[in-house]
Structures are given as C-alpha cells and as structure tokens.
Design a protein around this ligand. Structure first.
Ligand SMILES: [Ca+2]
Length: 187
C-alpha cells in the first residue's frame, strides 16, 4: 500500500513540475485541434491605405465572407508592393496540421465585376527556417495547404505571385493545429 502512495505522490509531483515548467501546453489545451489562427497576432509589410477593411488582422477574425470587397468583406489587402507578406505569430510554439485559406473573390461568378485576381502561388516560411511552397485556385472555398504537423512559432506568406495584375487579398486564414507539446523539438 505504501508503494502505491509513493507512486501516486511521484506522479502528482511530476504533474506539478510539468505544470510549472510548461504553461504553453497543459493537458486541457492539448489534444484539441482547432483553428489556432484565432489566437495568433498578425502583421504585414503592407495594408492598403491603412484602412480598417484591409488590415492584416482581418484574416483571423473568424469571418470568412469573401465574395466581394469593401466593408462587407474585410480582408488583408496589401498595396501593389514588391513583395507583400503576411505573418501569423503565436506566443508559443504550435503544431500545425494544415491551413485553410479563403482568398478574396470579387470576381465572376461570385460578383458582377472582376475587381480581384488571386495569388496563384507563394511560399510559407516557418520560424524554423523551413519553406513550404503552395498553390491556390480561383475559388471562394477554403483551400487547404498541408503543413504536416510542423512545429513553429510563426508562419509567413511570402513570394506571392498574382494570377493577373489586379488586386489580391485574403479574407480568412485558418490554421488547424494545437499548442506544441514539451517534446515537440520546436525551434
Ligand atoms: Ca476574415
């Protein structure tokens, strides 16, 4: 019986130790894959006119509306700069399964005009130094970019290539994953 109590104490002590050292990933927080983009801080080198409806933070506000542009369809809409980038950063390492990207679709058949184009390709840079190329199509549906459970503190969309010389934007970027565990390796 004493052995059992000792064992219980040992487990409890270990639990306390883990809790004290690793606020980043408690048992409650792990195991629940979800859209962790909602917990990220966004930044960019370009937000058109500094206007509210084109700020980077619009990509992780939970609003996927993307069949137009303007006040009803907030987006990250950069100016036509050389290499616009968008970064999502967390307070801790996260393990990312995949992204779901909603491009802004102010074009037919969703809209009457062809105001927008879209980025047909680009790279995702990770805080680890890795780069993952991706391609996107002309659709209002969420488009999956696989990251295969990679661990990172931040990800950055870069090297974006427009299909046509028109406005390009993202309305929402969902990041499916979870906080990284203490054994994740990280960066
Ligand atoms: Ca949004």
């Amino acid at each position: 019986m004493k052995t059992n109590i000792d064992a219980t104490r040992a487990v409890f002590s270990a639990f306390l130790l883990v809790g004290a050292c690793s606020r980043a990933a408690t048992n409650d927080e792990r195991g629940a894959r979800r859209n962790i983009a909602l917990e990220a801080t966004t930044s960019s080198n370009s937000e058109f006119g500094g206007k509210q409806i084109y700020l980077a933070k619009n990509v992780n506000d939970g609003n996927r509306a993307n069949k137009g542009h303007g006040p009803k369809f907030p987006s990250w809409g950069p100016d036509k700069v050389e290499n616009p980038w968008l970064r999502l950063e967390w307070e801790q390492d996260v393990e990312i399964d995949h992204l779901r990207v909603f491009i802004r679709c102010d074009f037919a058949p969703y809209a009457r005009q062809d105001h927008d184009s879209w980025w047909k390709s680009g790279n995702i840079e990770l805080s680890t130094g890795e780069t993952v190329p991706f391609t996107l199509e002309k659709t209002a549906d969420g488009q999956v970019v696989e990251l295969y459970g990679k661990t990172a503190r931040w990800i950055k969309f870069t090297d974006l290539v427009a299909h046509e010389d028109k406005w390009c934007a993202f309305c929402e970027v969902e990041v499916i994953g979870q906080p990284a565990g203490p054994d994740a390796g990280g960066n």
